[in-house]
Write a protein that binds this ligand. Structure first.
Ligand SMILES: Cc1cc2nc3c(=O)[nH]c(=O)nc-3n(C[C@H](O)[C@H](O)[C@H](O)COP(=O)(O)OP(=O)(O)OC[C@H]3O[C@@H](n4cnc5c(N)ncnc54)[C@H](O)[C@@H]3O)c2cc1C
Length: 658
């Protein structure tokens, strides 16, 4: 009886949330929208193989992955083969790959920014006739730099499915900057010209206290301007805190943290202070050094999620000082580079010019510009502005007339030299599409895929290198995009962004407003708009790498339905006071799931202090005959410029080895 009552309640709640609403995700079950019918014979292979491979759909009319909603990012169909290779279940010993008969100057494994940049640099150096094949396991190119398209009421709205913007802890290198410039992008000029910082004028930040975490449910708006970065004024903070369900003791602690001027280590020299802070987590700093009330922890727990993919329990206090979290004002720490900071935090204290721009689809625009340059006829236009609304013709990507070909839905499963390492004439790469495997030959290959994949597909590598490749554990993240009918609820509540540290997604934000080329964002609060939500599936209490492993499994085990229910429930609770009704107001949902997201950065809490040149990434990226290694893991730094730099290095090593 009890169970059936609960079931009834769940069904009623599902109806209220609109779980039965026919939003666009229903058309694209788990992100797969490519119907089997109407597929054309592929243009990339001799007739014998074309029919077998056509089911991957890349050449089919209507094939257009950016418009898919539902489960995207690492979408179903992208990763299963690689997991079977990892588990030793694919390909079978007796499975002989079909020889495509193709031979390329270069084969690139991985169609992310690093692989695309490698192809670009290689062609630039070797000449326009260089034949290049790029393989990627996803249905779209760009790796983490993916594009999400929505068309509510026929109006194009864009979002980044992954990589947000051009920015980096350190200045872009000559090569990375050179590439961006050659593509026509001038980040500081674009930022000034195309970003509308006044679009949400009058709307501020809010903080949502959920009943499960804070004992009472409340949206508190009017967060002080220094919110999240320290500062903001004591009075404003006191007013803000008084509206929260936090106890008087917790409020007093937060006031001390945010506006305090205490030096918690008064007798300790600067270098020693920094060393101590680099060896304790921010959580431990708050509890044991500041002696804050433990009730404040959930208030701060998710502050590091966006940059690190883990909470304050696993990020060093020194890093939190560098990224402007509060509590350090009285400690007199000089903002200069010092030992004990992660790559990201080191950049925060390194002086540099402003170099930032967010395209409406994030750095997918860089990927699309690279593809347009590499593959003739793949997209119309010729400026960095017109790429934003240009429609890519996917049937051109793997066309026999093009010297550079991009083969999607293709997982590299084996890479080896043809003959002895010392005398090898080149490499053979075997890749899978569905259950079938195919072989291609190349003079050399750049592995611009993820480090942890490489030992499985390239088992001939030295043991020490394989161990080093396995060291980092990529950081899982989810970027959810929800198309809603209008932003009136945000306007009524006076917020453009809400932190929700105890909830399924820990942030909710209206998308940035950028007008570039023919792209126009929503103008009025009555217009359809995109809402960005961020989720980090970390598991506090474990080591950073174990949190990442746990988050990875969590993401792969979570169905789209579970995501959707959580999204609807959260938006109803947070925005309900402004009149938001999820059953009425949600038009589409895209969950960009990245079980293998950011490259693993070394963190003094969890990793040794290796001598120069001995970090796992240094050992992992060594050239092996005609095989070189790119991708951002090779730099142990999750940034676009690092991915480009590694693509450049890998190409130089390959060319020099010939
Ligand atoms: C959610 C998110 C947000 C980010 N935001 C920013 C940002 O704002 N600014 C910034 O500078 N950086 C950001 N980054 C980091 C940046 O996206 C990466 O550093 C960069 O794009 C990595 O490029 P890559 O080519 O090295 O790897 P990827 O983009 O991961 O591309 C590698 C490709 O290789 C494929 N692959 C793997 N194995 C195989 C195989 N066996 N066969 C075929 N293909 C394979 C992968 O599936 C993938 O498509 C972000 C990353 C994430 C995940």
């Amino acid at each position: 009886m009890g169970n059936s009552n609960q079931k009834d309640r769940n069904q009623t709640r599902d109806r209220e949330l609109g779980m039965d609403r026919d939003i666009t995700r229903r058309d694209f079950l788990n992100g797969v929208a490519i119907g089997a019918g109407g597929l054309l014979a592929s243009s990339w292979l001799p007739g014998m193989l074309a029919a077998e491979t056509a089911t991957t759909g890349q050449d089919a009319p209507g094939y257009y992955p950016p418009a898919l909603t539902g489960m995207r990012g690492s979408h179903p169909g992208a990763f299963e083969t690689a997991h079977r290779v990892r588990d030793g279940n694919f390909p079978g010993k007796a499975d002989k790959p079909a020889d495509t008969g193709e031979a390329y100057d270069l084969i690139v494994v991985g169609g992310g920014i690093s692989g695309l940049a490698a192809a670009y640099f290689y062609r630039k150096q070797v000449g326009p006739g260089a034949s290049i094949l790029i393989l990627d396991n996803h249905d779209d190119f760009g790796g983490h730099a993916k594009r999400n398209e929505f068309r509510p009421g026929g109006h194009l709205l864009l979002a980044n499915g992954g990589t947000v913007s051009i920015e980096s802890p350190f200045p872009y290198s000559k090569e990375a900057r050179g590439l961006i410039t050659e593509l026509g992008i001038d980040p500081p000029a674009f930022e000034k010209k195309y970003t509308d910082h006044n679009a949400y004028h009058g709307l501020g930040s809010g903080y949502f206290f959920d009943r499960e975490t804070f004992g009472a449910e409340r949206l508190v708006t009017g967060a002080p301007s220094g919110f999240g970065r320290g500062g903001g004024g004591e009075t404003k903070w006191a007013e803000f805190l008084a509206k929260t369900p936090l106890s008087a003791k917790a409020q007093e602690s937060i006031l001390r943290i945010e506006d305090g001027t205490t030096d918690y280590m008064p007798e300790v020299p600067q270098a020693e202070k920094k060393a101590r802070l680099s060896r304790m987590s921010y959580k431990d700093f708050l509890l044991n050094v500041v002696k804050a009330d433990p009730e404040v922890l959930p208030f701060y727990q998710a502050r590091t999620h966006g940059l690190y993919g883990i909470g304050i329990d696993a990020v060093p206090a020194l890093d939190c000082w560098a990224i402007h979290l509060p509590g350090f004002r009285g400690m007199g720490l000089d903002r200069v580079p010092s030992k004990g900071l992660t790559f990201t935090a080191l950049g925060e204290v390194t002086p540099q010019e402003e170099y930032h721009f967010h395209f409406p689809d994030g750095n997918a625009s860089i990927a699309r510009l690279l593809v347009r340059s590499l593959v003739p006829g793949s997209a119309p236009g010729n400026t960095a502005e017109d790429i934003v609304t240009a429609k890519v013709d996917y049937s051109r990507l793997d066309h026999r007339d093009s010297a550079v070909r991009i083969r999607l839905n293709s997982t590299a499963v084996a890479v080896h030299h043809r003959g002895d390492l010392a005398s090898a004439k080149g490499v053979e790469v075997v890749y899978a599409r569905g259950e079938k495997t195919y072989s291609v030959r190349g003079k050399g290959t750049v592995l611009a895929c993820w480090n942890m994949v490489i030992p499985f597909i390239c088992p001939d590598l030295p043991v020490e290198q394989k161990e080093a490749l396995r060291y980092g554990v990529k950081v899982p993240l989810v970027y959810t995009v929800v198309a809603i009918r209008n932003s009136n609820a945000f306007s009524k509540l006076g917020v453009r962004g809400v932190s929700c540290p105890g909830m399924y997604h820990t942030s909710i934000n209206l998308d940035q407003a950028i007008s570039i080329g023919d792209y126009k964002p929503s103008r009025s609060s009555d217009d359809p708009v995109l809402v960005r939500m961020g989720r980090t599936p970390c598991q506090p209490g474990l080591s950073a790498r174990d949190q990442q492993r746990a988050g990875h499994y969590d993401l792969l085990a979570t169905s789209f339905e579970t995501f959707e229910r959580n999204i609807r429930d959260q938006l109803a609770r947070v925005l309900g006071g402004g009149g938001f009704d999820p059953a009425r107001d949600i038009d589409a949902i895209t969950v960009n799931r990245w079980p293998h997201g950011y490259a693993y950065e070394y963190n003094p809490l969890w990793d040794p202090d290796w001598p120069e040149g001995k970090r796992p990434c240094d050992i992992a990226r060594k050239r092996f005959g005609q095989i070189t290694i790119a991708n951002s893991d090779a730099a142990a730094a999750a940034y676009t410029d690092q991915a480009i730099d590694q693509g450049y290095r890998a190409v130089q090593e390959l060319i020099a080895a010939r």
